[in-house]
Design a protein around this ligand. Structure first.
Ligand code: PRP
Ligand code: ZN
Length: 283
């Protein structure tokens, strides 16, 4: 049995649960529950505050967890970061009231900075040779300058709308962050094996997301030219159509190349192009 800790509510929680379910792990997820069991995979899910997840994983309360890299590094526990998950992207930034001129990091010398990330903030400023007064507060950091509690803040920015609505502007980026899967540094072999299976499934889901399945019709004399354009996994499947002299081609293409390839395909004579999502991809 592998215990995974995910955020109970907040920016990571839905996508963490989605990831587990996309791995075909079925969860009895009663609202308000703090713990649930997967029905078809040896996994137990704990719903916790994101800030507590690195500590619980380090202390063996959970074996693995999903948390923001920013929280993982701030807590500095002895966990392994086993995979970047690509969602909940954000950045840790220094921000100041928007009407104040900013002329470089020296600005922060001797200033009061409010943050929920005292270790990361201090580490960054120390490396840059700046001495500031760091005040740890656990939430609503953005209102601190407005109520005279601090000169500046260091907090997570995603869309930037929280900063704007509090009259602040971002002036330095300390780090980029996203959701990561962490694991206890020392798991028993049995749990390590379940983790491997889970990682295998996550990989398949993530690969599938970056690819599309493409089907198209083409005259037989254009097939070679079209195959040259399609960067398929191996060679594409070619199936004759009922209509004499025509075939259907099936292949897999990278989502990023998508529009570029579609244009080339049309120019080469492809018709009836269908692009469909792939659910899992095992290579
Ligand atoms: C973060 C951060 C900001 C907000 C920024 O809070 O503290 O308040 O997100 O997002 P935006 O740039 O899209 O407006 P989060 O939701 O992670 O909650 P927490 O700080 O209470 O953990
Ligand atoms: Zn939080």
């Amino acid at each position: 049995m592998l215990r995974i800790a995910i955020q109970k509510s907040g920016r990571l929680s839905q996508e963490s649960l989605d990831l587990i379910m996309e791995c075909n792990i079925k969860v009895n997820n009663g609202k308000g529950k703090l713990k649930s069991n997967a029905v078809n995979f040896p996994m137990e899910i704990l719903y916790l505050r994101d800030d507590d997840i690195p500590g619980y994983v380090a202390d063996h309360v959970a074996d693995i967890g999903i948390a923001g890299l920013n929280v993982v590094l701030e807590k500095g526990k002895n966990n392994r970061v086993v995979m970047q998950l690509g969602f909940s992207k954000c950045r840790l930034c220094l921000a100041i009231p928007k009407e104040i001129d900013y002329d470089g990091l020296e600005f922060f010398s001797g200033k009061n900075i409010a943050t929920s990330y005292p270790n990361l903030t201090e580490g960054y400023l120390k490396e840059k040779g700046i001495k500031a007064d760091i005040h740890e507060i656990s939430g609503s950091v953005e209102i601190a300058p407005g109520i005279g509690l601090a000169d500046a803040i260091c907090d997570i920015v995603s869309s930037g709308s929280t900063l704007i609505s509090n009259g602040l502007k971002e002036v330095e980026t300390i780090m980029s962050s996203e959701a990561v899967l962490i694991a206890n540094a020392d798991l028993p072999a049995e749990k390590e094996m379940i983790l491997e299976q889970f990682l295998f499934r996550i990989n398949a889901v993530q690969k599938a997301k970056s690819f599309k399945y493409i089907l198209l019709n083409a005259p037989n004399d254009k097939i070679d030219q079209i195959i040259d354009i399609l960067p398929g996994m191996k060679s594409p499947t070619v199936v004759p159509l009922a209509m004499e002299g025509w075939s259907s081609l099936h292949s897999v293409i990278n989502e990023e190349k998508f529009w570029e390839i579609i244009d080339h395909l049309k120019q080469a004579g492809a018709q009836g192009i269908l692009v469909v999502p792939i659910e899992k991809m095992i290579l």
